[in-house]
Design a protein. Structure first.
Length: 126
C-alpha cells in the first residue's frame, strides 16, 4: 500500500477505491476510526463465518463499538468494547457465547492488537 501526502492528510488508492485519512475528520477518516472499524468489522465477519459453520441461523448482525482513549498519554486507544446484536436466531446464549470465544481467537485484527488494546465483547439476541 502506498500513501501520498496531501495538504490535510494522506490518500491511498486501493482495489475498492480511494481512502482519505486525516487527523481532521473534515478531510478524511481519522486513524482511530479506521482502527476501531478494523477490529469491529473483522470480528463481525469472523462471527458470521463461525455462526454459519455452527449451523446457527441468523438474519442480521449489528455491532456497536465503544472506545476509550487515554488523553493524558498521546490519546491512544486503550479499550474497545464491542456489543453484537444478533437478529433472527433461535440459538441459545451458550452457543452464541461459544461462537464469540471462537471469533476472538480467530480474528486476525483482534489478535494483532490484543496485547496493547483491551477488547471486550457482549451480545444480545434480538
Amino acid at each position: 500500500m502506498h500513501y501520498q501526502m496531501k495538504e490535510n492528510g494522506f490518500v491511498t488508492d486501493l482495489a475498492f477505491g480511494r481512502l482519505e485519512v486525516s487527523g481532521d475528520e473534515a478531510y478524511g477518516f481519522r486513524p482511530f476510526q479506521l482502527l476501531v472499524s478494523s477490529v469491529a468489522v473483522c470480528s463481525g465477519g469472523v462471527l458470521r463465518k463461525v455462526l454459519n459453520k455452527m449451523r446457527i441461523s441468523f438474519s442480521d448482525i449489528q455491532i456497536e463499538a465503544d472506545v476509550k482513549r487515554n488523553e493524558a498519554n498521546v490519546n491512544e486507544v486503550t479499550d474497545i468494547h464491542l456489543h453484537f446484536r444478533i437478529a433472527g436466531t433461535d440459538a441459545s446464549e451458550e452457543k452464541v457465547k461459544k461462537a464469540l470465544e471462537v471469533t476472538r481467537k480467530n480474528c486476525p485484527i483482534v489478535q494483532s492488537v490484543k496485547d496493547s488494546i483491551h477488547i471486550t465483547e457482549t451480545f444480545e439476541l434480538v
